[in-house]
Design a protein around this ligand. Structure first.
Ligand SMILES: Nc1ncnc2c1ncn2[C@@H]1O[C@H](COP(=O)(O)OP(=O)(O)OP(=O)(O)O)[C@@H](O)[C@H]1O
Ligand SMILES: [Mg+2]
Length: 469
């Protein structure tokens, strides 16, 4: 029976209008039907390589630049492959390759019809579209009229943290923070009014990632209608970095402008202040009335407070010309901590240092950096009214060093964090609000970075990164 079945199969294959062959993974022909043999010659076919027979070539098709070998592609992907190859100026051939298992592949060759050509064009357009979609650096996503996500490219996976498989078919609201309301309502309204005001414009807002965090994005929207089915497609760009750069630039510009104005005012005040102080001292000597002497003392106190403020301002407005030399950050920190331990009561404040012995010397201005560490640690102490621990850590980075200074103080709100590096921003009665502004400028002059992480009631951590040179 088995033999009969085999014979029947052979007969069927022979009467078919297709050229059919079975090849192995070395591209050697093991079987060919009648049509195939009639086309390519009785004795030549079996045991020969398919490309020798079909194309009269010495190597397989992927060896030449303009065509891909469907058999090689099927071998590498394990999938059914269909291509149309040009045999010569007038003749095309449609080739389909089917993996049959056990290292064998079925080749079916036929003359392509208009229909085949069309399908082929659509397929290759689709393939091109897919490549463009997945190599784009912006996220591209589409939703249908039911607000369900129907397209999600590679960049979207990267930006939002979702895999295609887990997000296709989900409601778009999954990517929109809840405070914007139900986005589906807008889409519904858009569909009803058919007046898509936002189409073609660029919008900025926040998007929600898989981990719940939010990122600022820029979005442009388009819509297409095909056979009554509407699709909205958005191109989305992650602008977090851009926004951060802008903020930094603005901060530097603002600091520079304020610095100039302050330098001018400080200069103008210095001389009158010296006169007020000097004359007050002289007048005091000639006054015997106790009440008046006390008033003069108050004038003198205030004058010296103003003089201290102006000295501080001088620090802030100075162009930071660094005197860089190879220095050991750990020993700068140890010096500062030693000083702090002397100043602040031991039973109230503890200073802990985790200093990596691996960090060597870096090119920096150790005196200016000392000022930065003193400013930050002083703030930390002031934030811990009931005492606590300040922990200083150093570690190596691939291209620099990182210093963190952590306290257990009252912490800061998000709003406060936005302003702490601005000059004159202070929440303390006796503060001038210059400590961190000066520190920021010193670190900026080193081409380093400084930032703070904090939450109310949870302490504050300052992170400083400095380059090696
Ligand atoms: N470790 C910290 N914990 C809580 N708040 C802090 C901390 N460091 C800074 N701040 C906040 O940042 C503000 C600005 O700090 P900055 O050092 O620039 O000025 P200041 O300490 O107020 O005054 P100055 O340092 O000029 O005497 C502080 O007033 C405080 O509100
Ligand atoms: Mg301070």
């Amino acid at each position: 029976m088995k033999e009969i079945k085999k014979e029947l199969l052979k007969k069927i294959l022979d009467v078919l209008d297709y050229r059919i062959a079975i090849v192995n993974q070395n591209m050697i022909i093991h079987y060919a039907n009648k049509n195939f043999i009639d086309e390519y010659g009785q004795d030549k076919v079996i045991g020969k390589k398919c490309y020798e027979i079909i194309y009269n070539k010495k190597s397989h098709c992927s060896g030449s630049s303009d065509v891909t070998c469907p058999l090689a592609k099927s071998i590498s992907t394990g999938k059914h492959i269909r291509v149309i190859h040009k045999l010569n100026e007038e003749k095309d051939v449609l080739i389909e390759v089917y993996p049959l298992g056990q290292g064998f592949y079925g080749l079916i060759l036929t003359e392509p019809t208009g229909y085949h050509h069309l399908i082929n064009k659509i397929r290759s357009a689709e393939e091109k579209f897919k490549v463009i979609l997945d190599t784009a650096t912006d996220a591209i996503l589409s939703i249908d009229s039911n607000h369900k996500i129907i397209l999600f490219n590679n960049a979207a996976e990267r930006i939002f943290g979702y895999k295609k498989e887990e997000i296709i078919g989900k409601d778009l609201n999954i990517l929109i923070p809840s405070y914007y309301g139900d986005h589906a309502v807008y889409v519904k309204r858009l569909l009803e009014t058919r007046k898509p005001k936002i189409i073609g414009k660029t919008l900025t807002f926040n998007a929600k990632k898989k981990d719940g965090s939010e990122i600022p994005v820029e979005l442009s929207l388009s819509y297409t209608e095909l056979n009554g089915e509407i699709t909205f497609t958005a191109i989305i760009r992650d602008i977090s970095e851009q926004k951060q750069m802008k903020r930094k630039l603005l901060q530097s510009e603002r600091l520079a402008a304020v610095g100039k104005a302050v330098a001018h005012v400080a200069h103008e005040i210095k001389n009158p202040l010296m006169i007020i102080g000097g004359f007050s001292q002289q007048i005091k000597k000639h006054i015997s009335d106790e009440k008046s002497r006390k008033k003069i003392d108050m004038i003198l106190d205030e004058v010296s407070r103003l003089e201290r403020l102006i000295a501080n301002l001088g620090d802030f407005t100075k162009e930071y010309r660094l005197i860089k030399r190879p220095s050991d950050i750990n020993s700068v920190i140890n010096d500062v901590l030693k000083m702090m331990k002397e100043i602040y009561p031991k039973d109230k404040y503890r200073f802990v240092a985790h200093l990596s012995p691996e960090i060597g010397e870096i090119m920096c201005d150790p005196d200016k950096l000392k000022q930065v560490f003193i400013n930050i640690i002083t703030n930390a102490i002031q934030a811990m009214e009931n005492g606590g621990t300040v922990t200083v850590t150093t570690q190596n980075l691939t291209d620099g060093v990182e210093i963190t200074i952590e306290d257990e103080g009252k912490g800061m709100s998000e709003e406060e964090l936005l302003h702490i590096f601005e000059p004159f921003y202070t929440t303390r009665d006796s503060g001038s609000g210059l400590g961190l502004a000066i520190s920021y400028r010193i670190i900026e002059a080193h081409k380093g970075e400084i930032k703070a992480i904090s939450e109310p009631g949870k302490g504050t951590k300052f992170i400083i990164r400095l380059p090696l040179v």
